[in-house]
Design a protein around this ligand. Structure first.
Ligand SMILES: C[S@@+](CC[C@H](N)C(=O)[O-])C[C@H]1O[C@@H](n2cnc3c(N)ncnc32)[C@H](O)[C@@H]1O
Length: 310
């Protein structure tokens, strides 16, 4: 395995690992289910042997709430995409898809066209490991884009994105790895791509307080928040993908509105704790809550005037 490939899929593997762990829980005890996550995780066999409870306990030793944070982010988007599909959305663009298998594990209508966008190396690796019998394989188009240097619009249009059809876009666990300029230009291109229709956009962002006041991003009594904030950020940096972009709630709202998107929801683990974990008896204590990353849903109505883009 070349060093460059490891560097590009380290964090994608990290998220897939938590989905694998969650999928080992009993059906009535899990928040998401990803039966093929194991294909994308080094050491999946050992994790399966350890089982759900022990693996969650081990992750808690690294940082309480870390597993639940990543899993609930995924669940929020699962619900969002399924609701949009039920309401008839025609296209789904997964930005920075990594080893996300939403296209194959959710019950989505065969008429929904799905575009997966990521760096070419990561996509090649994903396609080489994806089982050939997963559902919905024929509805996915792979679009290689480096957000920092390439045009999303051009590549998506070439892949068959239809500007007259409605669309949902999700950018899960990616904004912290790319520059703010790249986030802006991605939004600008989304605004252009959807100028004749309506669009839903999901973005997760890391709270800028993580740098200025880390304790504010954790629940009351969370052990050593400053140290944990550093440990979590170091984990990404160690696999060659450091966090470089952070936002405040006001800033993300402003950035979205600049491109015609209205912020509808902004949630963190404290919200997901009561929505997803409490009902199945897995409610976290305040001292296990990390709120460092936010999940945002934004909507954009069909434009009647041209937006002022930079
Ligand atoms: C933490 S992973 C999240 C993957 C996936 N969204 C998930 O939640 O499982 C971050 C993803 O962003 C992608 N990424 C990072 N920088 C990128 C860039 N400049 N252009 C395109 N994709 C990028 C990585 O390849 C990786 O798949």
């Amino acid at each position: 395995m070349s060093d460059s490939i490891f560097r590009k899929d380290g964090t994608a593997q990290g998220v897939a690992k938590q989905r694998l762990i969650e999928s080992l829980a009993k059906p009535d005890q899990r928040v998401i289910y990803d039966p093929n996550a194991d294909k994308f995780v080094a050491g999946a066999g050992i994790i399966k042997l350890m089982g759900h409870r022990f693996s969650v306990w081990l992750t808690k030793k690294f940082a309480p709430g870390f597993h639940e944070h990543l899993i609930s982010r995924t669940r929020f988007i699962d619900d969002l995409v399924q609701n949009a599909a039920a309401q008839g959305v025609e296209q789904y663009v997964i930005l920075g898809a990594g080893y996300d298998l939403r296209a194959h594990r959710l019950n989505l209508p065969p008429t929904l066209e799905i575009f997966e966008v990521d760096q070419q190396e990561v996509q090649n690796r994903k396609r080489s490991k994806l089982p050939s019998n997963v559902p919905n394989l024929e509805n996915v188009k792979y679009v290689s884009v480096d957000f920092n240097h390439q045009s999303l619009k051009k590549q998506l249009l070439e892949a068959g994105f239809d500007q007259s059809k409605s669309a949902i876009f999700t950018l899960e666990g990616v904004s912290q790895y790319i520059s703010k300029e790249a986030v802006n230009s991605t939004l600008e291109e989304l605004a252009e791509l959807t100028k004749n229709t309506s669009a839903t956009f999901y973005i997760s962002y890391v709270d800028s307080q993580l740098q200025t006041d880390p304790a504010a991003c954790f629940g009351t009594g969370y052990p050593h928040p400053e140290k944990k904030a550093k440990t979590i950020m170091n984990l990404a940096a160690k696999v060659g993908e450091p966090w470089i972009s952070f936002y405040s709630a006001e800033e993300i709202k402003e950035v979205l509105s600049q491109y015609g998107f209205s912020l509808m929801e902004d949630k963190t683990l404290v919200d997901f704790n009561s929505e997803y974990f409490a009902p199945i008896g897995r409610k976290l204590l305040d001292s296990e809550i990390l709120n460092l990353e936010h999940s945002v849903r934004a909507e954009r109505k069909k434009l009647t005037t041209t937006p002022k883009l930079h």
